[in-house]
Design a protein around this ligand. Sequence first.
Ligand code: NAG
Ligand code: NAG
Ligand code: NAG
Length: 352
Amino acid sequence: MSNFKWTFHNKGGRRYVKTNYDCCAADGSMRQQWKHAVIVVCVIFIILNISLYSNTIAWSDLNMNNIIYEDSIKFRKLLEQDQFSEKFHPVGTKRRFPQCIIFGVRKCGTRALLEFIGLHPQVQNAEHEMHFFDEDEKYNLGLEWYRKQMPYSYPEQITVEKSPRYFITEKVPERISIMNSTIKLIVVLRNPTTRVLSDYTQVYYNKLAKGVTFQKIEELVIDPYTGEINTDYKAVRISIYHHHFERWLRVFKREQILIVDGDNLILDPVSEIKHVESFLGLEHYITQDNFYFNKTRGFFCKKQGSMEKCLGATKGRPHPGTHPSVIRKLNKFFKPHNEKLFKMINRTFKWS
Ligand SMILES: *[C@@H]1O[C@H](CO)[C@@H](O)[C@H](O)[C@H]1NC(C)=O
Ligand SMILES: *[C@@H]1O[C@H](CO)[C@@H](O)[C@H](O)[C@H]1NC(C)=O
Ligand SMILES: *[C@@H]1O[C@H](CO)[C@@H](O)[C@H](O)[C@H]1NC(C)=O
């Protein structure tokens, strides 16, 4: 049996502490017992703390208390660090496949929708866009990899993922259906003309930030030879919704897809979220109290207890001025396409 002996040394004016193993005196076993007792107490203390902490987190996920909510955000950030999360996550949670995917459309409010529905205690949303089904490199990593990217959730919670590019990527519906053919799908649509302007705006600001001059919207949208709408411009192609939607309806039943009105989501988020709650089979939980209108930003931001959170600065930016004749042309161009979509989805929107 061995025993610690602490010795203090003075070396060049500094004081060092050194430990030596010292072979057992008669009282050695007694000290050894003390040592064990101290270690046991320490371990119990640490375990108690960990379990208290994870219970706090568990509790906070189901309750909307703001202080603990902030803790849970910090905790979720920690969870993103893989090694940490594999060891510590709230008791009773695991990573699950999404039971619902928001699959588009870019610039129609998918981020807002995900953030808003994430206020529901029975929803866990994946923070980042996954791009699992549209990017071959990721898809080839397999479904198990995909599942491991999902947030931890309780059995009664629904995991939601959003990647707007799924909408326009050909292989995606088939791939999702291989994972789960009865999955619930949500798509957000806006007036296709507004969507083109918003799409242009995003690219415009990105280029501006890099100091690159960017073509005017008129030059991109209008074919200079014919004076008609340039259907080679990607922002226009994405807005021809029925071209893409058709692919989804070949694989999934119409009832599996909820269409959220992106224009109304801005004006009246609660009414749109109510449809989403019903579609997901959840109790109505989200009310007007979960939102406040931020006049500076010009849209609704979410509110949770005393915590208010707006979407990032890249959302809701004003669109650079567009000549009214271009807008008229876009509206005219999209009209027949919209009619086709309305028939396809058995629903009409006031887009003109
Ligand atoms: C597929 O999705 C549906 C709808 O969300 C869900 O009820 C079901 O459990 C999912 N199936 C599997 C195998 O994950
Ligand atoms: C609105 O949002 C801006 C920018 O995100 C923020 O600085 C401001 O405090 C918010 N205003 C209100 C009234 O909450
Ligand atoms: C279209 O929707 C209406 C109500 O909005 C419904 O009565 C009708 O059955 C639907 N038609 C099809 C073909 O789904």
